[in-house]
Design a protein around this ligand. Structure first.
Ligand SMILES: Nc1ncnc2c1ncn2[C@@H]1O[C@H](COP(=O)(O)OP(=O)(O)OP(=O)(O)O)[C@@H](O)[C@H]1O
Ligand SMILES: [Mg+2]
Length: 254
């Protein structure tokens, strides 16, 4: 195995299971590779991955960025890279150490702030942190904006997540086309999640991309989420976990 970090990210329409799948990826890596350094990044300002992984977040990247902006003269006009050099050591304050993995949240920018600023900051942070870890799992926001802005431009594994809706498949098809133009990735695959009509599963296609796994609607997983419990407590044979593991196996992450 090459010694460069594996950077795994998910993309897809809103609500298709990106955060849930990321949490299952992190759990799988933690259990399978207890000696590896694993970083989970919640890159969605709407948050969610912290809850799915049972992490209590106190400081976010945006929190750091805002406090630096506040503390420097003409901070508003500074570029992300300048901010980064000042903030370098503070990023480690925002890393939450969990059993088997570290966690970082982008946070929710103030309503007056511009989300694109924290996105470009995040891009630098990913680049800076990636080589200190063996695995980086990034839960992105819904849609194509973060791909378009090349927040994740050095991905090794791009996982396109969709449900059985036509719209979901259209969104990941668009994301694939944009990714091909704008970012670098080594491997790509589709996870068809929350399948309610298995007899129609073959109708969901993304041109040129392999379907890595088909995951059924998993009411036990949903119940766990409704209760606000972390995926760390799910039984090992839960369909969501085994489905995610099938996909990771197919794309040679595990
Ligand atoms: N296979 C599944 N079976 C049952 N419920 C699921 C499944 N996958 C995800 N869910 C549920 O669907 C809801 C949306 O999932 P999740 O938050 O992971 O989607 P998302 O793509 O991250 O959404 P967003 O775009 O808002 O970030 C959650 O309540 C989750 O528990
Ligand atoms: Mg999400």
């Amino acid at each position: 195995m090459e010694n460069k970090a594996k950077i795994i990210t998910v993309a897809g329409k809103g609500g298709v299971g990106k955060t849930s799948i990321c949490a299952c990826i992190v759990r799988t890596l933690v259990e399978k590779y207890p000696d590896k350094k694993i970083l989970a990044i919640d890159a969605d300002p709407a948050v969610g991955l912290s809850v799915a992984l049972g992490v209590d977040v106190k400081l976010t990247l945006d929190g750091i960025r805002m406090s630096i902006v506040d503390s420097v003269e003409n901070g508003e006009t500074r570029e992300a890279l300048e901010l980064l050099s000042e903030a370098r050591f503070r990023i480690f304050d925002a890393l939450v150490e969990m059993p088997g993995f570290a966690f970082l949240a982008i946070g929710r920018p103030e309503s007056s702030g511009c989300y694109c600023k924290v996105n470009s900051y995040l891009k630098e942070v990913i680049g800076m942190l990636a080589n200190s870890f063996d695995y980086v799992v990034i839960d992105g926001e819904a849609g194509i904006e973060q791909i378009q802005r090349r927040v994740m431009d050095q991905v090794t594994h791009l996982l396109l997540i969709t449900d059985q809706s036509k719209k979901g498949a259209q969104v990941v098809t668009t994301i694939k086309n944009v990714a091909d133009e704008l970012i670098h990735y080594d491997r790509i695959g589709v996870i068809l999640n929350r399948v309610t009509n298995p007899e129609l599963a073959s109708l969901t296609q993304v041109p040129g991309v392999e379907i890595l796994a088909t995951i059924p609607a998993d009411s036990q997983f949903a119940a766990n989420d409704i209760k606000g419990n972390s995926v760390m407590g799910l039984p090992a044979d839960s369909p969501m976990l085994t489905g995610v593991q099938d996909a990771l196996h197919k794309i040679e992450i595990i």
